[in-house]
Design a protein around this ligand. Sequence first.
Ligand code: NDP
Length: 328
Amino acid sequence: MATFKAIRIDKADKGTTAALTQFDEAELMDGDVTVAVEWSTLNYKDGLALTGKAPVVRRFPMIAGIDFAGTVTQSSHPAWKAGDKVICTGWGMGETHLGAYAQKARVKGDWLVRLPDGMSARQAMAIGTAGFTAMLAVLALEKQGVSPNSGPVVVTGAAGGVGSVAIAVLARLGYHVIASTGRMAEAGYLKGLGATEVIDRAELAGQPKPLGKERWAGGVDSVGSTTLANLLSMTKYGGAIAACGLAAGMDLPSSVAPFILRGVCLLGIDSVMCPIAAREIAWRRLASDLDPAKLSEITHEIALDQVLAEAPKILAGQVRGRVVVKIP
Ligand code: NDP
């Protein structure tokens, strides 16, 4: 019986269990491309799946992990051949399809993006779903007409994964970036990434007014709830906020005032089922608009056998920037 190393999630009497174990190759799910996984990462959603804090996993047994980068070993898909370097994020991996914390993955060729020229598999996973989502948010703001000339942009959950990449990209594009964080001790880190101002997230946590003072032309929000409501109420006439996260909650205690009195737009960002053409654009832009030196500053590396210990930390908001996972 051929096996490979993987973090396996099983259903238990109460909740789920997760363990690094040997997984039987015969249990791999259908797919037309098999990949030797080289790097993965730890996202907020991985934290939820590994700890069982939210019902992310919909099939058991599951291999956890929503992102991988690696090399194709076998393919019957016309676009891919053995030796191709690929990235796969989302599409239900680690939820409904066996995921990325494994030496081997079998997926649909239609899910894969070619590793951009000049980007390593490790760098791709340092970006991962969080960084890819940050770029989708930046692209959405641009499409909506927000530019560096429109005024400042705000980034919430600034010291987290989405936030750190969003700041680095927006600053490189010439935006005046206001970083909102609960960790004011990380102000130096955030300024190093390119933030012009750092504000305490408590400023955005109070009861939102229908309309507040106009402070920014755009924003990238990974926090949700009251924070997003405050962001909207403080957005300048004609501005836009890209909403991608729920670190503080799924609710949105807002009013229609920013939309109907200031023409503000709320832009929804989803990375999981994002169509392949949009993915290719986002990864190309990440290759050109994210400084590799900044990416390296926000990244720390762990081994596959450290993932389970790191998972509760990301849910507790204790992880700074991005975590990259080396697959043995
Ligand atoms: P991280 O944990 O790395 O970052 C989240 C950050 O949010 C924290 O670092 C912290 O930043 C802030 N935060 C945490 N808890 C609270 C709270 N209670 N109130 C206010 N701020 C808080 O996670 P990611 O960056 O990987 O993901 C961020 C969010 O985006 C998650 O909700 C995730 O599910 C979502 N997401 C959505 C995607 C999509 O496709 N729409 C894809 C990827 C992520 P600080 O300490 O600076 O305040």
